[in-house]
Write a protein that binds this ligand. Structure first.
Ligand code: MN
Ligand code: MN
Length: 472
């Protein structure tokens, strides 16, 4: 079956141009002016942008965090993603039983996603301890399983110490893998949390006060230096929330170190005053929301090129469950925010339509750079002949208001409730099939395929200098 998307503005990370796209057998088979094909089903994209489908490289579907399991599984999570213009997700695995192998969690996640996902998907492996066996096993994941990125944490139950962080970074750098890190200083957070709770400060705002931005920035600076010491191991910092951490990463960039950084819509759009609302528990996640002044620093990073990707960290626990579990203690509330359905619309509206970033930069942040960093390029993140026909069509003339009642996740709220977006997602195609149209899900469970990813390729993602004269 052939589909022809006509009259739209096709956008890549390099530029935008008027063109028609022909889709055949799930791939893009032609790009050009005035294509006419007998028997093709025509989608008229006049006045609209035709973009590579979103790639969200930070989700947590079906995650068991020990005290609770998130309410979105690989069906509802990818359904919401598809309705929000995202056509590929890479999920960060949760921790398994103490001492388990890397293959153990990989098998758990394959079982959870198979037959469920409605769009294509992959996983980041998780390192919860380091020993000779784990270091050996990493190579098998890269070579045989198509898993070329790994994550470890510097806080929570399975945090790595500096010795193990160095061993992991060194090994991953040697075998063609990208190390991703959740950076927060565990000792500083634990001390503050203990003090606050002992003094009876259990309200949601104390979640933010227990983990100030220095906790995150310190861990970022430490990881940057350890990665350097590990022989310039490629390093990717997840969910950056503050300007000081970004400044440390800029210093590393200036020194030509291979480091990349992701931020998320919640850190660009929501500030810590949300913790003072009556329903402040809805906003508990880590790192926490920051002061409004930090938001502008992160926008500066999108504008000047020093932030590389925007992902969501989608991890859903219903408000009702948060209230039941937290009572009057913020530290008992499960962490995480919904958002997989809102990333593309929010960044388009707040970034492109407000003229902070170009539409090409938008494509790079949401799709092309994620594909290049995580071994999916040129099949994904790309509207060239031969690439998968993963496409989102956005009409910049239309606007809409975000309502959780219109969304497709399993949570009972949205942190973006009531926000208005200029620019509306009209149609999402996954390998040529329409999986969402006009806010309605039209895909099917199990249509998504596991993506075996290629090893990390430095040549694809080597930075030019960021533009230090703007936006800082
Ligand atoms: Mn995290
Ligand atoms: Mn996360």
């Amino acid at each position: 079956m052939k589909r022809l998307i006509k009259n739209g503005t096709v956008v890549s990370a390099e530029g935008a141009f008027q063109a028609d796209l022909l889709i055949h057998d799930g791939c893009i088979s032609a790009v050009g002016q005035d294509l006419a094909v007998d028997g093709a089903e025509v989608i008229d994209a006049a006045g609209c942008y035709v973009l590579p489908g979103g790639i969200d490289v930070h989700t947590h579907f079906n995650i068991d965090v020990g005290i609770a399991r998130s309410c979105d599984d690989f069906f509802s999570g990818t359904r919401a993603a598809a309705c929000g213009g995202t056509t590929t997700i890479i999920d960060h695995m949760g921790f398994g039983p103490a001492g388990c192998s890397l293959h153990h969690q990989l098998a758990v996640y394959h079982r959870a996603a198979a037959g469920q996902a409605v769009i294509d998907y992959s996983f980041h492996s998780v390192i919860q301890h380091v020993d000779e066996q784990i270091l050996e096993e990493m190579l098998a994941l890269v070579k045989d399983e198509g898993i070329s990125s790994f994550k470890f944490y510097l806080t929570y139950g399975y945090k790595l110490n500096d010795t193990d962080a160095l061993r992991a970074l060194t090994r991953l750098g040697q075998i063609g893998a990208l190390t991703t890190v959740h950076p927060e200083n565990d000792a500083a957070i634990a001390a503050r949390r203990t003090q606050l709770l002992a003094a009876g400060h259990g309200a949601p705002i104390n979640h933010a006060r227990s983990r100030p931005l220095e906790c995150e920035a310190e861990a970022i600076a430490r990881m940057v230096n350890l990665a350097r010491l590990a022989g310039d191991a490629p390093l990717y910092i997840v969910h950056l929330s503050n300007g000081l951490g970004l400044d440390y990463l800029r210093l590393a960039r200036v020194a030509n170190q291979p480091v990349w950084v992701e931020t998320c819509p919640q850190y660009l759009l929501l500030d810590e005053s949300n913790y003072l609302r009556e329903d402040g528990l809805k906003y508990i996640l880590s790192p926490p929301l920051r002061l409004r002044s930090e938001l502008e620093k992160l926008w500066g990073g999108l504008i000047d090129g020093s932030i590389d990707t925007v992902a969501t960290d989608h991890c859903t626990f219903p408000y009702q469950q948060r209230q039941q579990m937290a009572q009057n203690d913020f530290s008992r509330c499960p962490n995480g925010l919904p958002g997989v359905e809102n990333r593309m619309a929010l960044l388009f509206s707040e970034g492109v339509m407000r003229e902070r970033i170009s539409v090409s930069r938008y494509v790079d942040l949401t799709s092309t750079m994620p594909a290049k960093l995580f071994g999916l390029w040129p099949r994904k993140g790309n509207l060239a002949v031969g690439a998968d026909a993963d496409i989102v069509i956005i009409d910049p003339r239309r606007s809409h208001t975000l309502r959780h009642s219109d969304m497709h996740d399993n949570a009972d709220y949205s942190p973006y409730e009531g926000m208005s977006c200029q620019g509306t997602l009209v149609t999402t195609l996954s390998r040529g099939k329409v999986v969402a149209h006009e806010g309605q899900f039209t895909g099917a469970a199990g249509a998504g395929q596991f993506l075996a990813r290629k090893p990390f390729d430095l040549a694809l993602v080597q930075h030019g200098p960021f533009n230090s004269t703007t936006g800082v």
